[in-house]
Design a protein around this ligand. Structure first.
Ligand code: AMP
Length: 193
């Protein structure tokens, strides 16, 4: 099963994607994690992305689309995948449809984590990675920039999925298990189709 998780930064996409991966074996594909790995490795892509990410802006679409294209072609995605942090622009959403139809794949569920944006800045400011460290772009100024970019560039793709009757809303303000249960219900319903 292939799933898209949508929602602003801090909505819990990564947490829920990891939960789904552990429960169902669908592979989490996080463009943010992939980019952070490129930055850590000091690759050409990482060097280009580093300053952009530090400002909370978007890495150019062609880089992101190429990353996704090669990632979904890998064998560990055969059981399904969860797109976490992609698509984030209209052009990425269109590129995704094109690459899926080329591979004969479809998206089974597009899930939007509905959250109260006022609480996100606080939520992100207090989050830490598994190793206890904080992401450099999780400071309040950059978080506000990321929310702004989300509103301007990512929120406009929601009608694209809504119009097609494909957007499923989940209450992202519940605790991790509460949100997880709502997503489980969607996965169970999608499996019956
Ligand atoms: P995330 O971990 O998903 O919050 O992503 C961290 C940062 O990586 C974002 O603020 C962007 O700078 C960059 N990024 C991640 N995914 C994308 C994407 N789909 N398109 C453009 N930039 C991205």
């Amino acid at each position: 099963m292939n799933i898209i998780l949508l929602g602003p930064p801090g909505a819990g996409k990564g947490t829920q994607a990891k939960r789904l991966e552990a429960l169902y074996g669908f592979k989490q594909i996080s463009t943010g994690d992939m980019l952070r790995a490129e930055v850590a490795a000091g690759s050409d892509i990482g060097n280009e992305a580093k300053a952009i990410m530090a400002k909370g802006q978007f890495v150019p679409d062609p880089i992101i689309v190429a990353m996704i294209q090669s990632r979904i072609a890998q064998s560990d995605c055969e059981r399904g995948f969860i797109l976490d942090g992609f698509p984030r622009t209209e052009s990425q959403a269109e590129a995704l449809d094109a690459m899926l139809s080329q591979r004969g794949l479809t998206i089974d569920a597009v899930i939007l984590l509905d959250v109260n944006e006022d609480e996100l800045v606080e939520r992100i400011a207090s989050r830490r990675g598994e190793d206890g460290t904080r992401r450099p772009d999780d400071n309040p100024d950059v978080v506000r920039a990321r929310l702004d970019v989300y509103r301007k560039q990512t929120a406009p793709i929601l009608p694209y999925y809504e119009k097609a009757g494909r957007l499923l809303h989940v209450d992202g303000m519940k605790d991790v298990e509460g949100v997880g249960k709502e997503i489980d219900a969607i996965v169970t319903a999608a499996k019956k189709h």
